[in-house]
Design a protein around this ligand. Structure first.
Ligand SMILES: C[S@@+](CC[C@H](N)C(=O)[O-])C[C@H]1O[C@@H](n2cnc3c(N)ncnc32)[C@H](O)[C@@H]1O
Length: 219
């Protein structure tokens, strides 16, 4: 996507989410979720099915920072990892810093600028819950997320509001060279969560399965 087109969409999103914060204050409606349940059930899908342990996590479009608190309430609290949340709305970042600043760092920045600054493979895991939602063309955001992920990236989308479909996401995965992914459509109608793993971090069990299959097939 051309840079000026990306910037145009970014400006619209900043305005829309900023207005939502001023209308609803802290809470799920401020970041575009229908209620607390639909926000949290998406986080649940994001935090299950991991195949590796991340030592660094980037939360793209962190909104009010709730995911930082949720991650800290899981088994992750027993291991050392760093958390960084970025968002384009300063009010979200201020609120996230106030409520969850003890759990990580929150920065007001868009994903493209952040990718430029931190470079390739900067975080073990890159997460985006709802981040593609209002983008007419979400591929720049996804490409930057994939670029920054060292082991895997996880994101969700809602078919009601996003141009993304299962076919389009899997085609994107193929284009970026990802052939190991898991897709979860078990938690909400019209909503999907995908974990896309980087080939270099293919978990060893996968390689073993492949060897075993070859052995059984006699190839
Ligand atoms: C649907 S909200 C979800 C917020 C949070 N992840 C949650 O689930 O509570 C999407 C968030 O992504 C942010 N966002 C959208 N595009 C972004 C981008 N390119 N870089 C950083 N943040 C972005 C928006 O400002 C908004 O806060």
């Amino acid at each position: 996507m051309r840079k000026d087109k990306y910037d145009d969409q970014l400006a619209v999103l900043k305005q829309v989410y900023g207005d939502m914060y001023h209308e609803h204050g802290e809470g799920p409606n401020a970041v575009g979720w229908a209620n607390d349940y639909t926000q949290r059930i998406r986080f649940e899908a994001i935090t299950r099915g991991w195949k590796a342990i991340p030592s660094s996590i980037l939360d793209v479009g962190c909104g009010l920072g709730l995911l930082a608190g949720i991650l800290d309430s899981t088994w992750l609290s027993h291991i050392a990892y760093t958390y960084v949340g970025i968002d384009i709305v300063q009010e979200f970042i201020d609120s996230a810093t106030k409520n969850y600043g003890n759990l990580g760092k929150f920065v007001c920045q868009d994903s493209h600028t952040h990718a430029d600054l931190v470079g390739e493979n900067a975080y073990d895991l890159v997460i985006g819950s709802g981040v593609t939602g209002m983008w007419q063309d979400p591929y720049q955001v996804l490409t930057d997320m994939w670029f920054m992920a060292k082991k895997w990236m996880t994101f969700n989308w809602c078919e009601d509001v996003s141009p993304l479909t299962v076919d389009r996401v899997l085609s994107f995965a193929r284009q970026v060279g990802c052939n190991i992914w898991t897709l979860d459509h078990s938690y909400l109608p019209n909503d999907y969560t995908i974990h896309m793993f980087k080939p270099a971090s293919v978990p060893s069990f996968w390689v073993e399965q492949k060897d075993k299959a070859k052995e059984l097939a006699g190839v």
